[in-house]
Design a protein around this ligand. Structure first.
Ligand code: AMP
Ligand code: GLY
Length: 426
């Protein structure tokens, strides 16, 4: 099988690494890819959001399968376009990707089908939203823009003033453009967060090993929200009982709800969950693998990923036994100094062999934002690398990852020193 992978971050590197382990794969293409990915796949400089460009590339390369990884092209309908041209694909069509593309949609779906989530109201009018906030008079207040916003469209307002500013910035100031022309105001929930990615063919849902993201920029969950500064899997807080509860109350009802709505979801569905005192609730759905969750979940997958994507395409996931390793995996993200705000790019990275890996192979380095210039890997994004190790225990996996991080450097590299700490200490 020749396969084209759309995207170019650490998550796509993890997908490609897993695909490259399959005996069924002949050739991997990636667009746009990055420096590290170029060692496993032939890369083409077409942006993931350039839908026409991606379709054209697929028509030129004629792959047997196209794996659409990031949210924007999924929400924009790349899978639909590729299917029209006869390509087999991995990833939901636009009418199912809306689960991530519109919070107003996903919240109303959960309300309609009784899927546990924070109570909420939606608004397009700033005055009405502010009236509601004042009447609720309950802080923190959670204000979310409807559409995609690079993970930045959620504001946790600590008081009335912050809440009013958030509402005005979205509904009047146009801070998130069209994505913020409608907002959701919801109840603040408490409890630890768990990510569960799940394979689904629209009928059957097979949850993957659970994981824990670390979203804030600095240690002890301080600083700004980022795309994710590190992950561990499995998440020890997600016990067998919690998994059974989520399967019954959240995973199966979501897949069934989407099917009933005429929007069968095929691909990887991301459940962002909070284990609240009243039980597990949905914080958000994403229509794709998490980044950097994929980097710790896929290395624990024992089943051939190609068998899984084919089973999903052919809607026979119920017949496939998806198996996982017993061990643990940890990923420490090395980011550019200044991320998630302003940061430099083009800095040389040292510590790598010619493949952009550590010579001793003690950890695997997923490249998130790198480019290859001659023989040198340069930084090319906010999140640069995801340094990842598997081991029988989480403690050993973390030790291996951090040791490897110590061997890699670029100017002003920033990484958290407490990835997995909460998971280890309970
Ligand atoms: P989201 O982009 O919806 O995942 O939100 C980003 C982060 O904001 C989540 O990972 C949570 O930490 C936090 N968050 C979102 N919604 C809520 C909520 N209703 N209550 C408490 N925290 C929330
Ligand atoms: N790591 C969070 C996300 O992928 O949305």
């Amino acid at each position: 099988m020749d396969i084209l992978v759309v995207g170019g971050g650490g998550r796509e590197h993890a997908v490609i690494k897993a695909l490259s382990a399959s005996p069924k794969i002949d050739k991997i293409y990636c667009a746009p890819g990055n420096g590290g990915i170029s060692k496993l796949a032939e890369c083409f400089p077409v942006k993931a959001t350039d839908i026409d460009g991606q379709v054209e590339l697929a028509e030129k390369l004629k792959p047997d399968f196209v794996f659409v990884t990031p949210d924007d092209p999924l929400v924009m309908g790349l899978v639909d376009r590729l299917n029209e041209k006869g390509f087999r694909t991995f990833g939901p069509r636009a009418n199912a990707a809306i689960l991530e593309g519109s919070k107003v949609f996903s919240k109303s779906l959960m309300k309609k089908y009784g899927i546990p989530t924070a109570a909420y109201e939606t608004f397009t009018d700033a005055e009405k939203a502010i009236e509601y906030i004042k009447a609720q008079n309950s802080y923190p207040a959670v204000i979310k823009c409807d559409g995609l916003a690079l993970g930045k469209g959620v504001i946790i307002a600590q008081n009335e003033q912050e809440a009013v500013e958030a509402v005005n910035s979205m509904l009047i100031g146009g801070k998130f453009g069209k994505s913020g022309s409608e907002i959701v105001i919801e109840e603040f929930m408490t409890g630890p967060e768990v990510t569960v990615l799940a394979f689904t063919d629209g009928k059957t849902v097979k949850p993957m090993v659970s994981s824990m993201d670390h979203k804030r920029a600095f240690d002890n969950d301080e600083g700004l929200n980022t795309g994710g500064m590190g992950t561990i899997a499995p998440n020890p807080l997600y016990t067998k009982d919690k998994a059974d509860e989520c399967m019954k109350n959240i995973f199966i009802p979501t897949i069934e709800a989407m099917r009933k709505e005429g929007r069968p979801f095929k691909g990887c569905l991301y459940f962002g969950l909070m284990l609240t005192p009243e039980g597990a609730k949905v914080v958000e759905y994403n229509c794709r693998f998490g980044d950097p969750e994929a980097q710790v979940v896929l290395p624990l997958l024992k089943t051939d990923l190609v068998d899984i994507i084919e089973a999903i395409d052919e809607e026979r996931l119920d017949k496939l036994d998806v198996q996982w390793s017993d061990g643990a995996c940890a990923c420490v993200v090395m980011a550019s100094g200044g991320y998630p705000e302003k940061y430099p790019t083009g800095l040389p990275i040292s510590g790598f062999n010619a493949d952009g890996q550590l010579a001793d192979g003690s950890a695997y380095v997923y490249h998130a934002g790198t480019k290859l210039e001659g023989e040198t890997f340069l930084t090319a994004g906010g999140r640069v690398l995801g340094v990842t190790a598997t081991a029988p225990t989480l403690k050993e996996a973390l030790d291996k990852s951090y040791k490897a991080v110590g061997e890699i450097s670029f100017d002003n590299a920033h990484f958290r020193r407490d990835i997995g700490k909460r998971a280890l200490n309970g």
